[in-house]
Ligand binder design. Structure first.
Ligand code: FE2
Length: 370
């Protein structure tokens, strides 16, 4: 059985979906933000339940959709621990295995392209990220890259896998889709038959221009691809969005609630509202519930019951991400739905504490502790 291989033309990136044929539990490797709808459709077409979204490294050439997939499809996010992707629920170390149904995938730490980069082994397949490409390899000239480390990862880690292991790369620029460890060991132009010094000289001589999107992609990818390009906290403008009526500030949401134009629906879990605080009189319709953050099976019915006909709905979550998923769903249910930017608590600060970087509470809007 082969993985499902998906391609993003803009960044020449491959995304992979693997699944257990019995339980239909699936994982996705290196999903791309602009392909989110395609990937969700693939999951629906195959009847899959996404349990994990995995990153091989913090990409510099595209933004991941892992954070959104966590909200929209219920997946857990997993990333190499040395990549600094602080939002990933599972921080992978060398040799860690992850299960989906009865299937297992194993993480191999393969530094070189970046210091944290990993490859993933599933059955007789390896997902080689940007460590090993077909007849090539990832660059090593930025993001803590190291040609010496990459030489070691290629020759001492990946080339120790059985020769008939299928190699599924993170990119290809010539339309090639897969290779084998044996073929790359014998013929890869960068590394086959080369000494470490020769390999380092080849990598040093590449002189590549920086990736086009590095300045925006790396910071976004360190947070699972979640972006909070919020307008000023008090902006009363609706920002356009895809899949729902728009993004709004907490201030605009509160103005609408006071004028009776909108109902504010809190989509956080019961536990979050109880621990952190809540907006008085805002109906609570959890998108997911603690423990386990499983999707609320009654979301649709509860939401429709909470919003009177003719009113807008403004959706509030912790940091403005779950509320995007909820706003999309509300739109599908026929509501005029808005996402409240920054949520109740805003983004985590450098100490991973929330509440100091924006959010409903920080902006001084009414809230109560239970
Ligand atoms: Fe990369």
């Amino acid at each position: 059985m082969n993985p499902i291989q998906l391609f993003d033309t803009a960044s020449s990136s491959y995304t992979y979906v693997l699944f257990d044929t019995t339980t239909r539990d699936a994982i996705i490797i290196d999903p791309v933000d602009t392909q989110l709808e395609r990937d969700l459709q693939v999951l629906r077409d195959y009847g899959l339940r996404l349990v994990l979204a995995l990153e091989t490294h913090a990409h510099a050439d595209h933004i991941t959709s892992a954070g959104l997939l966590a909200e929209l499809a219920g997946a857990k996010t997993a990333a190499p621990v040395y990549c600094g992707i602080s939002t990933a629920a599972v921080q992978l170390k060398d040799g860690d295995t992850l299960s989906f149904g009865a299937e297992q995938i194993r993480a191999l730490h393969t530094p070189g392209h970046t210091a944290g980069s990993m490859c993933f082994v599933w059955r007789d397949h390896v997902f080689s990220g940007d460590t090993l490409l077909i007849n090539g390899c990832g660059r090593t000239d930025f993001q803590s890259g190291s040609a010496a480390a990459l030489y070691h990862s290629l020759t001492q880690v990946l080339f120790k896998l059985p020769d008939d292991t299928t190699v599924w790369p993170g990119h290809d620029y010539q339309g090639k889709t897969s290779s084998t460890i044996g073929a790359e060991k014998a013929g890869n132009a960068r590394v086959a038959g080369k000494t470490e010094q020769e390999f380092i000289a080849i990598m040093d001589a590449l002189q590549l221009p920086p990736p086009k999107r590095i300045a925006e992609a790396v910071p976004a990818n360190l947070k699972g691809g979640l972006r909070h390009d919020a307008p000023p906290a008090n902006s009363l403008q609706v920002q356009s969005a895809t899949g729902y009526a728009g993004d709004i500030s907490a201030a605009l949401a509160w103005a609408w609630v006071q004028s009776g134009e909108a109902v504010l629906v809190d989509v956080r879990s019961d536990a979050e509202r109880a621990w952190v605080g809540f907006v008085p009189d805002a109906p609570a319709v959890a998108w997911k519930q603690w423990p386990g953050m499983v999707s609320n099976p009654n979301f649709d019915a509860e939401l429709l019951a909470a919003v009177p006909a003719g009113k807008k709905v403004a959706l509030l979550c912790r940091s403005g991400v779950r509320s995007i998923a909820a706003a999309k769903r509300a739109t599908e249910l026929g509501l005029e739905a808005y996402n409240i930017l920054e949520g109740f608590e805003g983004d985590p600060d450098t100490h991973a504490h929330r509440g100091h970087l924006g959010g409903w509470r920080r902006h001084g809007l009414p809230w109560r502790q239970s």
